[in-house]
Design a protein around this ligand. Structure first.
Ligand SMILES: *Cc1c(COP(=O)(O)O)cnc(C)c1O
Length: 417
């Protein structure tokens, strides 16, 4: 049972489930859209998809757009965020959660996360609010809805708008209510790795008619719904989805609930099995959550239980065993070069009173997980119980042999170079 990274045979050579999942249903939908000749973003394909997605999330208005990044920008503009405003945001997310704030000419203010759910920590959020703060971007991380009781209460107390970044959380519920209903706007992504995909795509949802109209208008060059084609009322752009994307998404989103049920079975099984392994654990989801889509399972690695082997060396070893585990975001959002003062001087807004300085920012929970976190991605959970057993067996194998590997590594290393 020698480790694959040291020249032994890998524990697993069969492929795991890959993504995207599709069938002849998507093929037929695409051909139908093609033959209809109605290829543009104004047609019935897009409208039908928006209706389906809105109903799925029990929300009054759903407006599709080009991707999940512009969805956030559209949301910020529609709620009236302006130059000089501050928007509080989690520090553990994809760049769009924070870069969208700059695109709307506002200042991102970063808050720390809850170490169990990786979601925005309500206490940290409250600590960063200033008189300039106008909104909060909350990410339902990995598919686990954030604590919307506590965050909702803070938003109410300080008069802040909430934007829910639901890019990981299609169909998830908090206390029975679907995500996208807790704030002024919910945004989703249909990028290639997301839980439903057309390669690219996005949607914004809201229960507020005025906000929905503003979002529609922004995505449609400042036109107004039902207005004249060449009449543009506000500054907008073209962020429309195509009929081809809508046709594929119409089928993709109908797979979500069944896929979520399967992923949940496998993820729950894996969580149980992982309890038998010291030093590589994952938290149990909150009982207030339903239909958790298991977008990402985050594991916390403790090198002390692996003979001091570093997280990245463990990762290389487990991947060599045939397990497609991944490292989490390499650093908190605020450590990206774009948030250096020298960069912000270029794309900051002239109306800002000062350029923010994030260089001394250290949000402990976020910093820690960037060092010890590992991910298993959603498609793995569309596999079998045997797949889960193989993941556990591979972890166990690396753990049993970790002292050997840690020794190897100190002495010059098969892992580097
Ligand atoms: C993927 C993602 C986005 C952006 O979506 P795109 O469609 O890729 O632009 C936004 N927020 C989070 C948390 C994401 O993971």
């Amino acid at each position: 049972m020698s480790l694959a990274i040291l020249g032994g045979s890998p524990l697993r050579t069969d492929a795991f489930q890959t993504w995207p999942v599709y069938s002849s249903d998507e093929e037929h939908a695409l051909i139908d859209a093609l033959r209809s000749g109605l290829w543009g973003g104004y047609g019935e394909w897009v409208q039908k998809f928006e209706k389906t997605f809105g109903e799925m999330h029990e929300v009054k208005h759903a407006i599709s757009c080009s991707n999940g990044t512009v969805a956030l920008e559209v949301a910020l503009r529609a709620i009236g965020i302006q130059c000089g405003d501050e928007v509080a945001v989690t520090s553990f997310s994809f760049i769009a959660s924070a870069s969208s704030i700059l695109l709307a000419h506002a200042k991102p203010v970063f808050a720390d996360i809850d170490p169990l759910t990786m979601n925005l920590s309500p206490a940290s959020l409250e600590a960063v609010i200033t008189p300039r703060t106008k909104a909060i971007i909350v990410v339902h991380f990995g598919g686990h809805p954030a604590d919307m009781d506590a965050i909702g209460e803070i938003a109410k107390r300080y008069g802040l708008a909430i934007i829910e970044d639901c890019a990981h959380a299609h169909g998830a519920r908090w206390r029975g209510t679907p995500v996208g209903n807790f704030g002024a706007v919910g945004t989703f992504s249909f990028q290639a790795f997301k839980l439903a995909t057309a390669g690219e795509g996005g949607i914004v949802v809201s229960n507020d008619a005025a906000i929905a109209d503003a979002m529609w208008s922004y995505c449609n060059q400042g036109r107004i719904r039902g207005g004249q084609w060449y009449e543009h009322h506000t500054l907008g752009t073209n962020y429309r989805l195509t009929a081809f994307q809508a046709a594929v998404l119409q089928i993709q989103v109908q797979r979500i609930s069944e896929q979520t049920a399967l992923r949940t079975r496998n993820a729950n099984y894996l969580r149980e099995q992982l309890k038998g392994i010291a030093g590589l654990g994952t938290a149990t989801p909150s009982e207030l959550v339903q239909d958790h889509p298991q977008y990402l399972m985050t594991l916390r690695y403790d090198s002390r239980e692996f003979s001091g082997l570093s997280r990245n060396d463990f990762l290389a070893a487990i991947r060599a065993e045939g397990i497609p585990m991944r490292e989490v975001y390499p650093h908190p959002l605020y450590k990206n070069p774009m948030f250096k003062r020298s960069a912000l001087e270029k794309f900051g807004c002239r109306g800002w009173d000062s350029i923010p300085d994030y260089s001394a920012l250290y949000l402990e929970q976020c910093e820690r997980i960037c060092e010890d976190g590992l991910w298993l991605e959603h498609e793995l959970f569309l596999g079998t119980e045997q797949d889960m057993d193989d993941i556990v067996a591979a972890i166990d194998k690396v753990q049993q042999n970790s002292s050997l590997l840690a020794g190897h590594n100190e002495s010059g290393s098969v892992l580097r170079g």
